[in-house]
Design a protein around this ligand. Sequence first.
Ligand SMILES: [Zn+2]
Length: 383
Amino acid sequence: MQIHSLPIARPDETLYSVAARIRLANAARNDRDACRSMFGPSRNMRVSEFPVNLAHFCGITHECFGNPARVLSNLTLAGFFERLDSRPWHAGSSNAPVATAGYGLATLSNGSAGRWRICRRCVENDLAHHATAFWRRAHHLPTGFLCTIHDTPLATCMSSPLERHNRFLLPEQTSATTVLPEIDWVTHHHLLARLTALGIDVLEDGRQPVDARTVRATLFNALGDRGLLTTSGLLRRVQFASEFAHRYHFLSQHPDFSLALSPKGIDILQRGLSHPGPARSAAHNLLLIDWLFGTWQAFHQQCLWQATMDCLTLSTINVRQDEVTHQHRKACVAFLEAHTLATRSCFSRAAPASFRWLLRNDEEWLNGNLPRVRPMRTQGTLF
Ligand SMILES: [Zn+2]
């Protein structure tokens, strides 16, 4: 495909959507050929999950959409999953950068190859103003239940995977349904709106991700405040599972949450909380933050407080360590000044605590000032 015309990316548009509109504006043999032109050669023949090389994409589009980091940040959900420490893709042993690792187009755009959602009223508005509709990132978040502009439930697209593999589809080219009998939209509207807003706050947050250790400590503090930790700081597993499952029972039949809220899913979450290791899923992290903190902002502030307290504790330990070192060195210097023929064994008997401490924590200084074997003094002349 020769690219002669580039569309302007619309607010919150996904990379898949931009690629589909680039294809629409330029002649190509077919959509697979268009994918190869935009994202580099690949043996993968699935349009929706075509491996993405953003270095190639930015080169061929002359950085009209920005450099690879900017495209990743503005047109994909990579930053969203990064901030939640819940990437839906496996980095593999090579740990290649997300921009060039070859993750699928729909996975980067929507977080999952099988997640395609629209708001019918957004589509109507898009068609009225631009003649084509586009896919939005906010509609594809794990907690994307409602359109925040129109306050209506998002519709799930029904296109077959085969159709998606063969060609690009824009929202107006798919059929969609809002009939999800597993959710009582009226009764749980407030909670669904809250979870939707939480996801969008994470998506739009431009700050650096908080480190996993601080996040875990913050979550544990909040669990402790709710009486869900034992006196030794372990998770009360039965109470935790019961409260978590009860609070989000209304989502347990939803296809994106049924696994996370099953007994097996909750057990995986508990193990993830109890032992630092593999990252928790985005669904689990979003529900935990909603339950324990209410909003992303409140959670982030608690993380900052936790990080500050951890730093203070660390610096207090360092100051104390310096004071103790100074005291033991002082004891050693006083001993050396008082004994001209001082040896290690004499010092170890005279000040055993200081000797042991310096040997264990300040060995280099001890060796410099009180060597293991003192050299014999050279006798210059006999008489
Ligand atoms: Zn809408």
